[in-house]
Design a protein around this ligand. Structure first.
Ligand code: GLN
Length: 537
């Protein structure tokens, strides 16, 4: 019988310690030893999903093949493991409460009082175990969002306590990620905050099996002894997690510290096969030893919070590495682009990405950037809203359709070249109602996009409400903006290219969600190559 092992990852002392990266790194090591692993994130907020959140709140909203709008940590999981995730990999308190309340309305609780324990905790336990049903995984890592001590995480911590008790320590273990602050005045790393957070965890009935300690400086034997003694953790299970040059170094740092070894020993699983990280190391070597450099502008309206464009940035890293190229991203706020200054502001770039987004703020700046790229033969990559902006720019400046726009920005535009799909017109709820997840796209063989993918039928992930308006298709194509990718069933336009331009591609979908370390996305790879070939001087 298949017996799945569980690892719960909790966080202490502060938020933003990088639980997602630690979970993904451990998963990578276990995968590299031949185990099948998946990672799940439990988010303690009340939103049903992050789809309705402003990117300034939690960064990018990541989308899975099955159309779930999820936390950006799922992006790390996929990029590290190269295995798709799904809705089951991200659960929020909103979703937990929604299903409990739905059950209550249906009468499923047979007249009982519905309570946090056992009903909410049972629902959490059910969601945690859902991934096991496929029998596809040897090990499931569940990351509990938030910090130990938060009121909103309490039901999750209680559910973990119950599961630990039900499964036994050979089948489930807890990794607590904590911070060792460095006091520069005395030159010491301090363990007290960690002791306190472990104490708090113990008050909830959980004693951690492994401590992963985030630190700016190496931890000494003394500190390891002290943490082991006061936190009730074996000394070999005190794992140092020192600040890394890149997140992609973290699996190697965890390997050196023996995190995967301790986990497998505690589970009494075989440690005979050592991790095979050949491909990972090849990527790191290329990433760290670039022979070329390329200057790319990323134009968006959330650039103050770089996590808003996490997957795009990581995709450029993957694509840069295969091209032996360091990609320098120039963060450009679309609202800062001014008509008279745009050529000055963008002059040093070898490639321009116009990012996804919602609403009208900053769109005129984006349109200016598109025009500059098109006029100056600079490689251009428009993603989702970026593609829509490319269509609007072409409509206004080549087709001379004055005030052409998307009906998202101007409901009364005389030329709605981007418009709502019919099935969207009656939708009033904002949450979970966009065109989401993986859809097919057929590519024209005579296109740059086909040359990148080398495949006529592709599947890419979507997250948008508005579409290219096919009423204008003929006019656009006659004028040199070609629809080279379309959905085979609905004929919706997925990819546009400008003829007679070295590389001008706009995609309605989000290629960035599918780029991984081992499989860099072909369009990003091709875009970086085009940018390398762009020479002005
Ligand atoms: N706001 C646009 C739409 O809804 C684009 C969305 C996006 O860039 N993800 O169609």
């Amino acid at each position: 019988m298949h017996l799945t092992k569980y690892i719960f990852v909790t966080g202490g002392v502060t938020s933003s310690l990088g639980k997602g990266i630690i979970a993904a790194s451990l998963a990578k090591l276990l995968q590299a030893r031949g185990y099948s692993v998946t990672i799940q994130k439990l988010d303690p907020y009340l939103n049903i999903d992050p789809g309705t959140l402003n990117p300034y709140e939690h960064g990018e909203c990541y989308v899975t093949n099955d159309g779930a709008e999820t936390d950006l940590d799922l992006g790390h999981y996929e990029r590290f493991l190269d295995v798709p995730t799904s809705q089951a990999n991200n659960v929020t308190t909103g979703r937990i409460y929604q299903s409990v309340i739905d059950k209550e309305r249906r009468g499923d609780y047979l007249g009982k009082t519905v309570q946090i324990i056992p009903h909410i905790t049972d629902e959490i336990k059910y969601r945690i175990k859902l991934l096991e049903q496929s029998n596809a995984f040897d090990i499931i890592i569940t990351e509990i969002g938030g910090t130990i001590g938060d009121i909103e995480s309490l039901p999750y911590v209680e559910a973990v306590r119950q599961l630990m008790w039900e499964m036994g320590r050979e089948n489930a273990l807890v990794i607590h990620l904590t911070l060792l602050p460095y006091l520069s005045t005395t030159g010491e790393l301090k363990t007290k905050p960690t002791q306190h957070s472990v104490k708090m965890l113990m008050e909830s009935g959980i004693s951690p099996d492994i401590l992963v300690c985030r630190t700016e400086h190496h931890i000494t034997e003394d500190i390891r002894n002290k943490l082991a003694l006061f936190c009730n953790v074996e000394k070999r299970a005190i794992i140092e997690s020192i600040d890394a040059e890149t997140i992609y170094d973290v699996p190697l740092l965890m390997l050196e510290e023996g995190l995967d070894q301790v986990v497998l020993e505690k589970f009494k699983l075989s440690t005979d096969k050592k991790p095979d990280l050949t491909k990972w190391n090849e990527f790191l070597k290329k990433f760290k030893n670039p022979t070329k450099v390329v200057e790319i502008g990323l134009i968006g309206k959330y650039v103050e919070l770089r996590d808003s464009y996490k997957s795009i940035v990581e995709s450029t890293i993957h694509a840069g590495a295969v091209n032996d190229t360091k990609v320098n991203i120039h963060w450009i706020h679309s609202e800062d682009l001014e008509v008279e200054k745009v050529s000055e502001q963008l002059k040093d770039l070898q490639g321009i990405i116009v990012a996804p987004g919602f609403g009208s703020r900053g769109i005129e700046g984006k349109i200016k950037a598109v025009q500059f790229a098109r006029d100056n033969n600079i490689p251009f990559f428009g993603i989702c809203l970026g593609m829509q902006m490319a269509v609007i720019e072409y409509a206004r400046n080549v087709l001379h359709l004055e005030n052409a726009n998307s009906t998202e920005m101007d409901e009364n535009t005389p030329f709605p070249v981007i418009d709502l799909m019919n099935e969207q017109k009656t939708i009033t709820d904002k949450g979970g109602t966009m065109r989401l997840g993986e859809w097919k796209c057929e590519l024209d063989k005579d296109s740059k996009t086909y040359n990148a993918y080398k495949s006529e039928l592709i599947k890419e992930r979507h997250r948008h409400r508005y579409e290219f308006n096919n009423q204008y298709l003929e006019a656009f194509e006659k004028a040199g903006l070609k629809a080279v990718g379309r959905n085979p069933e609905t004929k919706l336009v997925e990819v546009v290219e400008v003829e007679n331009h070295p590389w001008f591609v706009g995609v309605q979908y989000h290629p960035e969600y599918k780029s991984t370390v081992l499989n860099p996305h072909p369009l990003f790879v091709s875009f970086i190559q085009a940018a390398l070939n762009y020479r002005k001087y």
